[in-house]
Write a protein that binds this ligand. Structure first.
Ligand code: HGY
Ligand code: MN
Ligand code: MN
Length: 386
């Protein structure tokens, strides 16, 4: 499988979607079954032993004994691009086809984005023995005809000695630096919350402005402040990406609003402090309107350094393959930050033209995928299980 076939297969998987005309594939959604069939078939063609584990991760093994895991996620955000996650799975299969001198397990994680239930990393957390056991997640597992009782068996054992992820950068850095690839040194920390604004629905025409508890007005003031404070704070990004408004009629004052909050920073102290400040701003905006604010934390993920020895080995592989090296921090979260709890982990980034991701215009350059395959093989030729 050459670099053009890797790209072709990523685009084939784009047709596995919940939303015709868009790429939307969430945790254990129906199109995920077709993804398992296609990816599983490509893994078998590459001579791998294939299984789907209890949370819907697809896993292919080639070789015996201590091995390196190569993977990324199968799921997408709504109206996504064709490469976020899946590129790393298909590159893993392509590298197995080239028969490196080490045993490999390729994994396609069933859920990394956290879109369906607001909790990210369901697939990779299962592998490190920290499964998400929320009732709604277990119901989805049963509905996909998988068995939650098998979840413990999905955890990795002593045989997995390292984890390598190939992933698009999803940002503008490599394009600006004119580099095809980037070696990730660390992944920023991430806090996610669900914030609820409980006001009082009422008639839009008859309720005087000074007698309203408008949940959306409170959230609107808060969201503007989230953006302003994040702009003013170095090394912090904050995003309100999801809003649910009830009852959601043009002639009814919004009584209830649920919002997501995503706060990231390379510094854990800055991230935690900023998140706390933004939540108190929400409470104040609600208080000025008789709107009660509550919140639930959905993720408290510290920043994670990548394994120094693997970073060095990847850097050597980039240089010996003839490419200019760029080492960088990842502003996006990745399954590597979960696998790093158990095994040495590293990420090789592939340039994102236009710096675009989580968008249909997300793409890759064929020569950059070719570079990633060449560097991946050089890394594998020298990797040995510690
Ligand atoms: O949200 C992220 O950083 C990743 O794309 N899941
Ligand atoms: Mn993503
Ligand atoms: Mn991703």
């Amino acid at each position: 499988m050459d670099h053009l076939e890797v790209i072709r297969r990523c685009r084939v998987l784009s047709d596995c979607t919940e939303e015709p005309g868009h790429i939307t594939r969430t945790f254990l959604s129906p199109p995920m079954r077709e993804v398992h069939r296609l990816v599983g078939g490509w893994m078998e063609q590459a001579g791998m032993r294939v299984r789907v584990d209890a949370v819907g991760n697809i896993r292919g093994v080639h070789g015996e004994g201590p091995r390196l895991m190569i993977g990324s996620h199968l799921d997408t955000v709504p109206q996504a691009g064709a490469f976020d996650g899946i590129l790393g799975v298909i590159i893993g299969v392509a590298l197995v086809e080239r028969r490196p001198p080490c045993a490999i397990e390729v994994v396609g994680f069933s859920e990394e984005e956290g879109v369906r239930f607001g909790v990210p990393f369901i697939g990779s957390r299962t592998l490190v023995g920290d499964p998400v056991m929320d009732a709604e997640v277990l119901d989805a597992i049963r509905a996909f005809v998988l068995d939650p009782a098998q979840i413990p068996e999905a955890a990795i054992g002593e045989e997995v000695k390292g984890y390598l992820e190939f992933h698009i950068e999803q940002g503008p850095v490599l394009e600006k630096m004119k580099r095809p690839l980037g070696v990730v040194e660390a992944i920023v920390g991430q806090s996610r919350f669900e914030v609820s604004f409980l006001g009082k629905a009422n008639h839009a025409g008859t309720t005087p402005m000074n007698r309203r508890s408008d949940a959306l007005a409170a959230a609107g003031e808060w969201i503007w402040t989230v953006e302003r404070l994040a702009r003013e704070t170095p090394d912090v990004v904050a995003t309100v990406g999801q809003l649910e408004v009830e009852p959601g009629a043009p002639n009814v004052i919004p009584g209830l609003l649920r919002a997501s909050l995503d706060v990231r920073s390379a510094s854990n102290a800055t991230r935690i402090e900023s998140a706390g400040l933004l939540l108190s701003v929400a409470e104040a905006a609600g208080g000025r309107r008789g709107v009660t604010v509550s919140y639930e934390q959905r993720l408290d993920q510290p920043a994670v350094p990548m394994d120094p020895a693997m970073v060095r080995a990847l850097s050597v592989a980039v240089k010996t393959a003839g490419y200019k090296l760029h080492r960088m921090v990842s502003g996006a979260g990745h399954d590597a930050m979960i696998l790093a709890r158990k095994v040495p982990s590293a990420i090789l980034f592939v340039r994102s033209p236009g710096g675009i991701s989580h968008h249909p215009d997300e793409t890759v350059l064929p020569e950059d995928v070719e570079a990633a395959l060449a560097v991946g093989m050089r890394f594998l030729e020298n990797w040995r299980p510690a």
